[in-house]
Design a protein around this ligand. Structure first.
Ligand SMILES: Nc1ncnc2c1ncn2[C@@H]1O[C@H](COP(=O)(O)OP(=O)(O)OP(=O)(O)O)[C@@H](O)[C@H]1O
Length: 656
């Protein structure tokens, strides 16, 4: 460590300052040394690490114009967001003789506000656009030391390392990006100031406050297309100055957080370390909350906030919900991404759907295994059948879907098997190729198989056994190569007991069974809502890109959906037609979606049909017994409504 005397040309106060630096370097303790540990550590860094010579004061360095442009470009987004904050802060400090600097993470001043009348002096002192305040070059200073320690700091007069800076007072605070890395520093400085260090305490509060506001404005801008919660421990301040910001997926998974939010997450992880590095924090892990309670804040509360307890600290936080600016695409289906697309698209993270997808994947090329798909009406049985077809090696062949309940009993035989010219009175002159022969080389999907008349069941059994059909009036059979998929919403075993369904046919059809859960029981309901919404939007076409607001999502999640996905699709189509803007809110949904909410989790043993049964009569009454309207409302076909009425013994008033 050199201990030479400072050159005589330096003023005495500067000489003293340099002396103090050397004294600290030698480990001497004298009262004149700076009290702040951050400053002391920085002085030692300047001497030992950066090898700065305090006896050689350096003039301020201002980078060339081209370099400045490059630095400004690298923080373009931040500069844009910070502009309003910079103006406001400068408006408050200008009268007090302060200037304002915003530097990038390398300490280069990329934004500056100061009094133009002091231009020369300010430039000389380095309080200027393009000035380099990196600690390695400028020595201990507010910006450089703040960048090193990532903490707000006052660097008052003789706390600066370089003797040319010891008349300045500077106060700086870091601005972090959403990952917590310092991306900029906000600084206010003055050429002259009172000697007392405490005179700058207020500057420290002010600059810290504005740095946080700029940081949060940047966060809000970055995550403007995401759902976000804003939180504070004070009810009154949540809306005006909620200090925590957490961007989330619609399922509550945390995407990013501001400084307060990150502290909350860190607190949570200190207590309950994540069990896997990839574990994504959920909002419901941080707070005692259900995601639906958060999503419905705007629609279900008067003051648009709700209180939740933080699990780690037990403190009560008041939370408000910020809606995304633009619609977001459905989250990628992570669990099934390696599956063929038609199967992966069937659902996301629901155990029953995952099981179905896995089994379907094994079956997709096994045409000899007849597949029976079971599930309530509208759960997507035909969609599954088509996905099985599309993902298998028969995808290029035909997919023929037959709704056994929709074809009148008298015609079902001729429709399925076809007929020769003149086979029966009323038939087409040229005869007709039946639906079964049409499916040759592809897949035959028989929906509502439980509704097939007994006599035809026998003929179907023969087709399955012999792989040939005999059209009506023909004298020789036609060979068919088929994959047969059937579907039913009925309990076939009951029909067998009642003698309405052939047991041997059932066993032949049921080579493997795929069970579809009702929508109300699906854990990936949100995925289905988004998927169906996107489908409805693209089916409608048009240039607008409507979006579902969180309150609408919340209502859709809460509804029991007796008509399952078909009913959901109808409700969304209705909302899109009737909504006044391209934002679908809870008020745009059919009224019934708001009335019949799930009040309990239906047990798996509860016959799902019961829910729909009790609902049917109400629907009929509400729609003045208009069957088409009820079918539309419930998302089922008209024959299904008639069948259900028949089964429940419901007779329209004018027929009673
Ligand atoms: N996973 C899904 N994603 C998007 N839309 C779906 C999905 N599953 C079903 N749908 C839609 O829901 C509606 C009903 O589906 P589908 O006809 O396959 O049901 P279903 O169980 O065969 O009905 P039913 O018992 O009345 O024959 C269709 O409009 C379909 O496009």
């Amino acid at each position: 460590m050199p201990t030479q005397s400072p050159p005589a040309r330096l003023q005495s106060v500067q000489r003293q300052h340099i002396e103090h630096i050397f004294q600290l370097g030698e480990g001497l303790e004298i009262p004149q040394l700076p009290a702040q540990p951050m400053i002391r550590r920085s002085w030692l860094r300047c001497l030992n690490e950066y090898q700065l010579d305090p006896t050689q004061p350096r003039p301020a360095r201002v980078v060339p114009q081209q370099t400045l442009i490059e630095h400004r470009e690298s923080v373009d987004e931040l500069l844009h967001v910070a502009r309003a904050g910079v103006e406001q802060l400068y408006g408050q400090i200008a009268q007090l003789g302060y200037v304002l600097l915003l530097t990038d993470h390398r300490g280069i001043t990329v934004e500056f506000r100061g009094n133009p009348n002091q231009d020369q002096q300010l430039r000389k002192a380095g309080l200027y656009l393009g000035a380099d305040w990196d600690e390695r070059f400028a020595g201990t200073c507010a910006v450089g030391t703040c960048l090193y320690d990532r903490q707000a700091i006052i660097c008052h007069r003789q706390e600066h390392f370089d003797a040319t800076h010891i008349s300045l007072t500077c106060t700086a605070a870091p601005i972090a990006d959403p990952q917590g890395n310092v991306m900029a520093v906000l600084d206010i400085s003055a050429l002259q100031s009172p000697a007392q260090h405490e005179s700058q305490n207020f500057s420290l509060s002010l600059v810290t406050l504005y740095a946080r506001m700029i940081e949060d404005a940047y966060f809000l801008q970055r995550y403007r297309d995401c759902l976000m919660v804003r939180l504070d421990t004070s009810r009154e301040f949540v809306h005006v100055n909620g200090r925590g910001l957490i961007a989330i997926e619609e399922n509550g998974q945390v995407i990013a957080a501001n400084a307060v939010g990150r502290e909350l997450i860190a607190d949570h992880q200190r207590r309950w370390p994540p069990w896997a590095a990839q574990h994504a924090t959920m909002l419901s892990e941080l707070f005692e909350c259900e995601i639906t309670d958060v999503l419905s804040i705007n629609s279900a509360t008067d003051d648009q906030l709700r209180a939740f307890r933080a699990r780690a600290s037990n403190a009560i936080y008041f939370i408000s919900l910020l809606e995304p600016r633009r619609p977001r695409t459905a989250p990628p289906n992570k669990t099934t991404s390696t599956q063929p697309k038609p199967l992966a698209r069937l659902g996301a993270d629901d155990p029953a759907i995952r099981k179905l997808q896995k089994l379907a994947e094994r079956l997709r090329n096994e045409a000899s295994v007849n597949v029976l798909i079971s599930g309530e009406t509208g759960t997507g049985k035909e969609v599954v059948a088509r996905a099985l077809h599309d993902s298998g090696n028969r995808a290029k062949g035909p997919f023929i879907a037959v709704n056994c309940a929709a074809i009148p009993e008298a015609l079902i035989e001729s429709e399925l098997f076809g007929y020769e010219p003149g086979a029966f009175t009323g038939g087409r002159a040229k005869g007709m190729r039946g639906l079964i022969p049409q499916a040759h080389g592809g897949t035959l999907f028989l929906d509502e198989i439980g509704d097939m008349p007994l006599a035809l069941q026998t003929r179907l059994l023969r087709v399955l056994a012999e792989r040939e059909v005999m059209p009506l009036g023909a004298n020789k059979p036609v060979k068919v190569d088929l994959r047969v998929i059937t579907a039913t919403h009925r309990h076939i075993d009951k029909l067998i007991e009642e003698g309405a369904f052939r047991e041997d046919l059932y066993y032949r059809l049921n080579g493997a069974q795929l069970r579809l859960p009702p929508l109300r029981e699906r854990a990936d309901k949100l995925y289905v809502i988004r998927q169906v919404f996107n489908d409805v939007v693209s089916e409608r076409g048009g240039s607008q890109s409507p979006r579902l607001r969180a309150d609408a999502i919340s209502a859709l999640l809460a509804y029991a959906w007796p008509g399952n996905i078909r009913q959901l699709k109808n409700a969304l189509a209705f909302a899109l037609v009737t909504a006044e803007s391209d934002e679908i809110t809870v008020y745009d949904l059919p009224e019934q979606c708001l009335s019949q909410r799930i009040t309990h989790t239906p047990s798996l043993t509860t016959p799902a049909r019961e829910t729909a049964d009790s609902h049917l009569i109400t629907q009929l009454q509400q729609h003045q017994w208009n069957i088409s309207a009820v079918a539309r409302e419930l998302g089922v076909s008209r024959p299904t409504v008639y069948r259900q009425m028949q089964r429940q013994g419901i007779v329209p008033p004018n027929k009673a």
